[in-house]
Design a protein around this ligand. Structure first.
Ligand code: ZN
Length: 204
């Protein structure tokens, strides 16, 4: 909320309209891909317009222009320092893995108090500052070299034995087909008897 306020020029006396526009989604969301669901409207995504196309209207000023510019500069600085914009270290698996224990995503971070400057992968659940009740996961960070090597070994196995990929692909396609069939069956029954209650466990 504060972040949105700091970005909104209305707080320093300039309300802007037409700041965003609806556009077609560039890539389907993961949810859409997995479930074969697509939005009803073709333009389901919102994007910022160029600030020169905004319509600026003068409104009572809450924050001085100077403070507003200072806040904007600080936000830009934060953006530079944010782990997601890290360009200094290579975390090949960052954003690709989830923690087995807590399910939160895994990201890379250098050890804060080590003179060896070691790099680690850790899950969001291990970060006490993210949660009001402190850390929510008891797992430990893993050295980047160790995990990268482990995953690379698996990737090599897949490259050398493509039949594993084919097998997994076939398994997923079969599961998808089965789900579609169950859904078709359910809809046909609904059509015949609209008041019938859905059988438990039939629709995943
Ligand atoms: Zn975890």
């Amino acid at each position: 909320m504060i972040w949105l306020m700091l970005k909104n020029p209305a707080y320093c006396g300039k309300a802007a309209y037409r700041k965003t526009q609806v556009v077609e989604r560039l890539r389907p969301t993961k949810l859409a891909r997995d479930n074969g669901f697509y939005p009803k409207k073709p333009k389901s995504s919102t994007r910022d317009r160029d600030p020169k196309d905004w319509i600026i209207i003068a409104v009572p000023q809450i924050v001085s222009e100077e403070d507003f510019e200072k806040a904007k500069a600080q936000l830009q600085e934060n953006k530079k320092l944010s782990p997601r914009n890290n360009k200094r270290y290579e975390y090949l698996l960052s954003g690709l893995l989830r923690c087995k224990e807590c399910g939160y995503s895994i990201y890379g971070k250098p050890a804060s108090n080590s003179k060896y400057k070691r790099l680690y992968y850790r899950c969001m659940g291990q970060d006490g500052h993210r949660w009001s009740t402190g850390r929510v996961c008891s797992s430990h960070p893993v050295r980047v070299e160790v995990l990268d090597e482990l995953v690379w070994q698996q990737v090599q196995t897949l490259i050398e034995q493509p039949e594993i990929v084919v097998k997994e692909y076939t398994r997923r396609m079969d599961a998808k087909k089965k789900k579609t069939q169950i859904m078709k069956h359910f809809l046909a029954r609904r059509k015949r008897n609209p008041h019938a209650r859905a059988a438990k466990g039939k629709i995943a």
